[in-house]
Design a binder for this molecule. Sequence first.
Ligand SMILES: NC(=O)c1ccc[n+]([C@@H]2O[C@H](COP(=O)([O-])OP(=O)(O)OC[C@H]3O[C@@H](n4cnc5c(N)ncnc54)[C@H](OP(=O)(O)O)[C@@H]3O)[C@@H](O)[C@H]2O)c1
Length: 371
Amino acid sequence: MSNKYPVVVYGASGYTGRLVAEHLRDLGVPFVAAGRNRARIEESMKLVPGIESARYEIVEIDHSVESLTQLLEGRKVICNTVGPFMRYGREVAQACVNTGVHYLDTTGEQHVLTMLRDDFGAAFAKAGLALIPSCSYMYGVSEIGARYCLETPGVDSLDMTEVAEAVPTVASAQTILDAVRFPAYYLKDNELVRYPGIDNCDITTPSGRVLKASNWGGTSNPIWFAADGRVRNCKMHVAMWNQELWKKELGLERAYKVQLQWLPEPVLYQVLDSMAKGITAATPPRESRYVHRSIDVCVGTGSNVMVRSTMVATGGYFTTGLMQAYAASRLARETPRVTGFRSPSEVFGHRELMGALESYGYASIKVERLA
Ligand SMILES: NC(=O)c1ccc[n+]([C@@H]2O[C@H](COP(=O)([O-])OP(=O)(O)OC[C@H]3O[C@@H](n4cnc5c(N)ncnc54)[C@H](OP(=O)(O)O)[C@@H]3O)[C@@H](O)[C@H]2O)c1
């Protein structure tokens, strides 16, 4: 295959794949729209604004290491949007190793991060390749805010919150349910500590509203910052503007512990997927910038310092599309400054990623020194 199209969008028929294609088109990056069903990819590409001036081709493949390896031959980078990633991520990562291609995905799940790190991190590093999960709203955006706080010398603890408007897509709903099966961790005194279960707490929005939040699978940030010698503590909680969701999450955890955990995996996936259909049965409409807004706050503290970053962003799927496209456009042309298992900000720079979000009108940030 030729390298006329250096970027592969895998899962191009999906809600997120389509948004990645939209932003690649805007950035002028040629790409392959790949997935398991050509007709669905064609339908999806028709919905991409400005697609008439995009340089792309469609490739239909089955989800196997062999087919993915063939697809990736001669490419530079893959934007993997086929989730849940614990089910489908390994084949893609292996094909990247086989062909010397950088890997980006949109997972926010700790168990996927650690699987990628443990099973593929060394091979990517050895090959000079970047393995970058969470290049997405959850939790690439909050990570940017945390890294602004870490610019203040002496900050060693990150207390992070997020308030988001969820429009879960089909695979997002499956991903949320899948995640209930896996343990979640936060960073305390340089150790990753396991939460006993879903951890609920109240958080206050900048406008003073009190919302019920949960640890939401722990988030990617404790995993990133456990490997950062500056950071002793990192914890994050997520609240949804739709306040019913945390109750549903607790109910699901209870159902899993009481009834579902005994099921063999293929049966369990069927049950979880039918429950996910109860949340989202079909692809939701395009996000609206005037509805789907989020707030990410990080308070960084040390013995004698305190700093707060506040990020306001719009459309978690829009920001994900842009972050993927921006990251892919850079990896298509430059040698990453670090390789192996890395966070988006480690590879691309938190200020540069923020610049990309700001230049698109998707987010803004305020950083205040409190003490
Ligand atoms: N962390 C974040 O902020 C963030 C943001 C956006 C998305 N995500 C994650 O990204 C993933 C995708 O989300 P989405 O919104 O694009 O969902 P989606 O609209 O349901 O799309 C899922 C995509 O995966 C493909 N797919 C599913 N099962 C497959 C299989 N067995 N083999 C090959 N392809 C398969 C689908 O292909 P078909 O059309 O052929 O079914 C489709 O292209 C989810 O895990 C979601 O949680 C995370």
